[in-house]
Design a protein around this ligand. Sequence first.
Ligand SMILES: [Zn+2]
Length: 310
Amino acid sequence: MQNFMSRSHQFNLLTNRKLANKSKSLNLRLLSLSLCGLTSSLAIATPTAHANRLETFVYDLTDSRIEFSVKNDIEPRGTVISNPTRIVIDLPGIVYQGPTVRRRVGKGVQAVRVGQVDANTTRMVVEFSPEVKLNPQDLRLKSRQPGRWTMQLPQNISAIDLNSISNFTLPITGAAISSGFGWRVHPITGERKLHKGVDFAAPTGTPIFAAAEGEVTYAGWTDDGYGNVVELRHDNGELTLYAHTNRVYVSKGQIVSKGQAIAEVGSTGRSTGSHLHFEIQPDGRTAVDPMDYLQLRQVTLDLASNSFKD
Ligand SMILES: [Zn+2]
């Protein structure tokens, strides 16, 4: 830890001095770094400051923009790699502790990844569909405030992005995720169990929308702890499931459109409070992390909490 602190300190000084410098060449094509507007009044880490780290990462699909922030300032290195097309941004001197975060944006086509490549470098990768061609000359990594960086991608990428990603939209608006997909100790039974969906906390009565067009294959009470459930079958055989609902608005056999209100949030079945439990089964049998399949406008990774506990 002591080691890292002093290294972090050096990096800031180095960054300050190097601000006017231009990018060095790499084996791969280098993104040009535009440093205009960057103020010179960078905060220098004191020996008691937290280690330098990646704090947030946002990939905004609507605006085709990458944004990230680090605790102190550094000089990122960006490259564009083809087959498949991806933008790789390395953050020297930035430690990211924790597992590599990979979030699919489309059906395995596009993804963002954040992880550590070596002891001292955090890497962020945005992967694109094969049809996307990027010219490194068009890309600028800009910093208007110390530690905050943005990269605007060509506007025509938005269209490709949104067309190539999955059909599923969020089944609820304005609700926070209270529990994600994955293994956990069940709040009621106390046993270690796979949580097969995502829970959105919301008041009873909040409308639940169909994540995509589909046919209602189940609507009503279940005895498996899910309470009142709506199950939809979609075009390619995917199932979506909406559990613990207070009331269902649809009945079996009905065709519903994407975004149609199909039920309202409740706390029926084995539930500790009013919420929507939402599942996606792409093959009609096995539940996967719904967040990998939802049509997102933005991929936001809040990484600060994943980092040092100092
Ligand atoms: Zn749940």
